[in-house]
Design a protein around this ligand. Structure first.
Ligand code: CA
Length: 290
């Protein structure tokens, strides 16, 4: 009997201990939750934050150009929660030369572009006018490169980034690093006569697209509406005119066919078809001048 009572007493003590522990743990949790910072600390005092439909992000536009030409990219900030300063870096490869960087329409004060030629890198920074955060989205800065002479048709990727963890946008005096949602690229289109599509090669695709171009009233805009491929951005109307007489017509299609069947060799084409047209421009553009 005594033994049973003792066991009951021990069980009651254990139960009481468990209940007491649960109460203590719950109290600590309540206390901790009261002390914890809000999940989006960055948003405090920034009433615009709640109105944003997407997360703040940086988008770099793309550009198209030919060897020897300049191409300008824009760095855009979307869903701006309010910024007063930024520092970013743009890296480029050996096919490009840095020309200039210019302020966009968001932050225009104390604009500074620092070109580190040895690293093929441009550091860019700017601030608001000292009036606090700028809320609008828009162009952070633009950057212009020259596509070096002799660069082959193709795509050149550029790399926008932060120098290090201390480089960022500043909003309400807090550092933020927005996601870089889209990197920029420069598409180098070809300047070879007959290469209408700009991919660096004269082939059946050029004939197809020149036909469509003529059907569309020789308007790239109309052709884009009707056929709609994004690669139309690289198309080069002047290169469709392989006869170099100022008009793109069926004669150009004929001579592009003859150039292809001649093994893309201007001398073979001339010896076989004996044209009255001077094709020295074609020879020069394909790099076979002699
Ligand atoms: Ca022509």
């Amino acid at each position: 009997m005594k033994q049973v009572n003792k066991r009951k007493w021990v069980i009651a003590c254990i139960m009481a201990g468990i209940v007491l522990t649960m109460v203590i743990v719950a109290s600590i949790n309540v206390f901790a939750n009261n002390l914890a910072p809000p999940a989006q600390d960055i948003s405090s005092g920034n009433e615009k934050w709640d109105q944003l439909t997407g997360s703040p992000s940086i988008v770099v536009t793309s550009a198209v150009g030919r060897a020897g030409e300049e191409a300008t990219l824009s760095v855009l900030l979307e869903n701006n929660p309010g910024i007063s300063l930024f520092r970013l870096t743009m890296k480029y490869d050996e096919r490009l030369s840095f020309v200039s960087a210019a302020p966009g329409d968001i932050l225009t004060h104390h604009f500074y572009a620092h070109h580190i030629a040895a690293n093929r890198e441009v550091g860019v920074s700017a601030t608001s006018s000292g009036q606090g955060d700028v809320m609008a989205g828009g162009i952070v800065f633009t950057i212009t490169f020259k596509i070096d002479e002799g660069v082959q048709a193709g795509e050149i990727s550029l790399e926008l980034g932060y120098f290090d963890e201390y480089d960022a946008f500043v909003s309400n005096y807090k550092l933020m690093q927005f996601e870089i949602a889209q990197q920029g690229k420069i598409t180098v289109s070809s300047s070879v006569y007959g290469d209408f599509t700009g991919n660096g090669r004269v082939d059946a695709t050029d004939i197809l697209w020149i036909r469509r171009y003529i059907v569309a009233g020789r308007s790239i805009a109309v052709m884009k509406q009707v056929f709609g491929p994004t690669t139309i951005d690289t198309f080069n109307e002047s290169m469709a005119d392989i006869t170099n007489n100022g008009i793109v017509d069926a004669t150009d299609i004929l001579w592009i066919q003859r150039y292809i069947v001649s093994g893309r060799d201007v001398d073979v084409m001339i010896s076989v078809f004996n044209p009255s047209i001077d094709f020295s421009h074609l020879r020069a553009s394909t790099g076979t001048a002699r």
